[in-house]
Design a protein around this ligand. Structure first.
Ligand code: HEC
Length: 119
């Protein structure tokens, strides 16, 4: 009886572990793509840009980031750098956006409202 119970416990722990590594994978896939595509080169590590020419992406709303990427892809939003970069993120918009949205929104990240639409 005790053996059976510990077996049940053990298997639920295994299930819990695989579930948590699943959600971790989604987050780290976004992180991997953000780094592999070189987004961080302009937007800073984890989206914490320190250069006011490049908008802070950390802590922005995920849906909004996806929308911006789609608008850059379609040309609805015009910026030569992003019109070149956004197509490379095709298929990974959501994981990248969720990775960025999971970061803490830094104080004063709307320092350049002309570039950074700050939503
Ligand atoms: C060569 C520099 C550069 C690279 C690399 C780059 N970006 Fe950008 N990104 C910009 C600039 C500049 C803007 C502001 C564009 C504007 O003024 O409309 C911007 C804007 C954005 C915005 C909208 C932010 C806002 O506040 O309006 C998102 C989202 C974004 N980039 C995501 C990405 C992602 C994802 C990648 C990687 C696939 C990436 N960027 C790579 C320069 C870059």
């Amino acid at each position: 009886m005790i053996k059976k119970l510990s077996l049940v416990l053990l298997s639920s722990i295994v299930v819990l572990f695989s579930l948590s590594s699943l959600s971790e994978e989604t987050v780290s896939e976004g992180e991997i793509m953000f780094e592999a595509l070189g987004c961080w080169g302009c937007h800073g590590q984890a989206g914490y840009s320190t250069d006011e020419k490049y908008p802070v992406l950390a802590g922005r709303n995920a849906d909004w980031i996806v929308q911006q990427l789609e608008d850059f892809q379609s040309g609805k939003r015009v910026n030569p750098m992003m019109n070149a970069m956004a197509p490379m993120a095709e298929g990974f918009e959501r994981v990248i956006a969720e990775y960025l949205a999971s970061q803490e929104l830094p104080d004063g990240s709307c320092h350049n409202p002309e570039i950074n639409t700050c939503q």
